[in-house]
Design a protein around this ligand. Structure first.
Ligand SMILES: Nc1ncnc2c1ncn2[C@@H]1O[C@H](COP(=O)(O)OP(=O)(O)O)[C@@H](O)[C@H]1O
Ligand SMILES: [Mg+2]
Length: 303
């Protein structure tokens, strides 16, 4: 039988909960049969345009959980239909199950979304703090390099100059000594030698602090120079392979690559018992690949 859903809701909305057939079925949890709208005393509301009808009001119960009621409009005296109540009750159970499952699914979805949100925001925090950590350690590295540069300049410039003046004065003093002062003359000579060695040490320290070649020529030249220096002092050969075109990277990155090279060579000398180091720098697409490989014992796995 036909009644527009919109009309039904308009009328139903004005009825307080529990004060109608639906409400009673909902609060009792039992199936309600209303035989005729005109004779049933529970069918309180009668409208002017009402056609004769009866009702089944089926509780939608999943086990003991009532999730709603199914309100069916019927011809009058619906209880004439045999077995209809049992069938409707089990249909009500199925509908209730489906609704309940949907509600659980929605709850699970909401939980999952909340969890995914938490995980996403934690991941973002982690990425952010990793990024901050990286920035901070870059800054520290940069400050250290600047400080080393400053000290290197000062050691090389100031100390170097003063030592040179000292050497000139000492030589002059030696020249002014009478020829018979042999002891003093040889003393002056050994002093000049010590000053020469000290000048060399100062240059060496300044270069160790920060090779000026790095700022003047770049990473490839500096690695070549450092390899030669290392070859002079140790029984370690180097095989260097650099790209044909100049490697254009910023100053900070050049310094990092150089420090990595220094540490790798120190490790090879300390731990590897190697006699050959292969150094390669190549571009693969826009990525610069830097390889330092010694023919030593390799790094042992810790058990
Ligand atoms: N080239 C290498 N050959 C063999 N073992 C190495 C090499 N480089 C590093 N190792 C091993 O890895 C360890 C960690 O290296 P590192 O962090 O540079 O510390 P350190 O050189 O001060 O011991 C070293 O102690 C050494 O056991
Ligand atoms: Mg080391």
């Amino acid at each position: 039988m036909a009644i527009s859903a919109r009309n039904f809701w308009k009328k139903k909305k004005t009825v307080p909960f529990g004060d109608c057939l639906c409400g009673r079925a909902a609060s009792s949890g039992q199936l309600l049969v209303s035989e005729s709208c005109f004779t049933d005393s529970q069918h309180e509301r009668i409208f002017s345009d009402m056609k004769p009808h009866g009702h089944y009001i089926v509780p939608l119960k999943s086990f003991d959980n009532l999730v709603g009621v199914l309100f069916l409009y019927m011809d009058i005296h619906p209880s004439w239909y045999q077995h209809s109540q049992e069938v409707l009750l089990s249909i009500g159970g199925l509908i209730a199950n489906t609704i309940e499952r949907k509600q659980i699914d929605e709850e699970l979805d909401a939980h999952r979304n909340r969890l995914e949100g938490i995980v996403a925001s934690r991941t973002q925090d982690l990425v952010k703090s990793k990024e901050q950590y990286r920035k901070l350690s870059n800054q520290i590295q940069q400050v250290r390099e600047e400080e080393k540069s400053r000290i290197a300049r000062e050691v090389h410039g100031q100390l170097g100059q003063e030592l040179t003046v000292l050497k000139i004065d000492t030589v002059q003093l030696g020249k002014k000594l009478p020829a018979d002062q042999i002891d003093l003359k040889s003393k002056i000579e050994s002093m000049t030698q010590i000053i020469d060695e000290t000048i060399k040490s100062v240059q060496h320290i300044a270069t160790e602090l920060r090779p000026r070649i790095l700022d003047a020529f770049g990473i490839c030249e500096t690695v070549s120079w450092q390899a030669k220096e290392c070859q002079k002092r140790n029984s370690l050969q180097f095989d260097l392979n650099f790209p044909q075109n100049p490697v254009e990277i910023d100053k900070g990155l050049q310094t990092s690559l150089f420090r990595i090279f220094q540490e790798a060579v120190t490790n090879i000398l300390r731990h590897a018992s190697a006699n050959l180091v292969q150094v390669g720098m190549t571009y693969i697409k826009e990525n610069l690949i830097f390889v330092i490989e010694g023919n030593g014992v390799g790094i042992k796995k810790k058990i």
